[in-house]
Design a protein around this ligand. Structure first.
Ligand code: DNO
Length: 363
């Protein structure tokens, strides 16, 4: 297992690489080139200079999060082949700098959604918050305003300006598409791309839908154990795998997260883990919380144990953190302090389980 940290290159992050290097046990970063328009090829020279910068700070770069998928691929339009070709070219360039794992998502129109990016918690910190009724009352333009207007001047991953321009028309488009058709479009993409992922030795790791239930009538597919099974069967290659995000799947209280981790890690299909905790106030209302079990709904010991005991050897990163200790200038969810606490907490659980399992084997 390697513990990594998300970092946004090109002057797009408030957290310096040098600080990430000082978080004990963190060996590398997950990165993206956010200024490349969705659907374009990521240039090799840009990737090489990014890698050099990260390596010279003493960190590895083996994970990309994310190369976003052009909407035409998700819609199944005839133009998709051109964008798939570009995706494969990007994969080739990523392989040239030694990328081993690519996190992406297949969510229609919007990536993750929250109704408030600065929800006050009892301890005086703030965290991101989701309230389904509020989201439905706000139209997509208002949601975009919340997601962009309160992001401390940073773009939010998955909320790129070109995506926002087309948002209303795209939402309309999907109202007439069946979920089965959406699955077919996903399979078309996988069957085209996975053979190249195998050739370039890059594990593809799809991120679950966040929240894991439909918003604005958009199809949601990677949201439960059953649908993940269906997804993995679309293409049986081990290179067709998952980013197992406990907070996203945890948005539905019916999802048994340790059981999901166990099932898919045991099959060797989980390549990347996003581990964070959330706390429900209602069925479709929750705040993100500190990583500790006692702060949210998820039992982190059981979650980490399920990864450990089933032989997980991929990448883990702490996920969204709260804003604490006066950290105001960071991208929501991606400040330094709370994520660093999360990383060290997760490493602590891992060590305790690992050493404990040796002791019980000896006895
Ligand atoms: C939000 C992230 C997502 C994630 C993508 C993966 O903070 O968890 O934007 O990176 O869905 O493609």
């Amino acid at each position: 297992m390697k513990m990594i940290f998300r970092w946004f290159p090109g002057g797009n992050d408030s957290v310096p690489l040098e600080y990430i290097r000082q978080i004990p046990g963190v060996s590398g970063v997950a990165v993206m080139l956010s200024d490349i328009p969705v659907g374009d090829v990521w240039p090799l020279a840009r990737l090489q200079s990014m890698k050099a910068e990260i390596n010279s700070a003493g960190l590895e770069v083996e994970v990309v999060e994310s190369v976003n998928i052009h909407e035409d691929i998700k819609k199944g339009l005839p133009t998709r082949d051109r964008y798939i070709e570009n995706y494969i070219k990007t994969l080739k360039n990523l392989s040239k700098i030694g990328i081993k794992c690519l996190c992406y998502n297949f969510m229609p129109v919007m990536d993750w959604v929250r109704s408030n990016l600065e929800f006050p918690l009892e301890d005086g910190s703030t965290a991101m918050y989701y309230n389904h009724e509020e989201v439905l009352k706000m139209n997509p333009a208002l949601i975009a305003e919340e997601m962009l207007g309160n992001s401390n001047g940073y773009y939010l991953p998955g909320w790129e300006p070109e995506r926002l321009k087309a948002m209303s028309a795209d939402i309309e488009f999907y109202q007439n598409m069946s979920e089965e058709k959406y699955w077919e479009n996903m399979k078309y993409f996988l069957d085209a791309v996975i053979p190249y992922a195998e050739e370039y030795d890059i594990k593809m790791a799809i991120h679950p839908d966040d929240p894991p239930f439909p918003v604005y009538g958009l199809p949601k597919v990677i949201n439960s154990a059953e649908n993940i099974r269906k997804f993995l069967k679309l293409n049986n290659s081990p290179y067709n795998g998952l980013t197992l995000c406990t907070g996203s799947l945890g948005g539905n209280k019916d999802n048994d997260i340790p059981a999901i981790v166990k099932e898919f890690v045991a099959q060797g299909r989980v390549h990347f883990a996003h581990i964070r905790n959330i706390k429900h106030m209602d069925e479709k209302e929750f705040t993100e919380s500190a990583h500790l079990s006692q702060c949210g709904d998820l039992d982190m010991y059981e979650v980490v144990k399920a990864f450990h005991d089933n032989g997980f050897d991929g990448y883990i990163r702490p996920d969204h953190g709260r804003m604490i200790w006066g950290e105001k200038e960071a991208r929501p969810g991606y400040g330094l302090y709370d994520r660093a606490l999360g990383a060290v907490y997760l490493l602590g659980i891992w060590e305790a389980i690992h050493k404990g399992s040796h002791i019980s084997r000896k006895n």
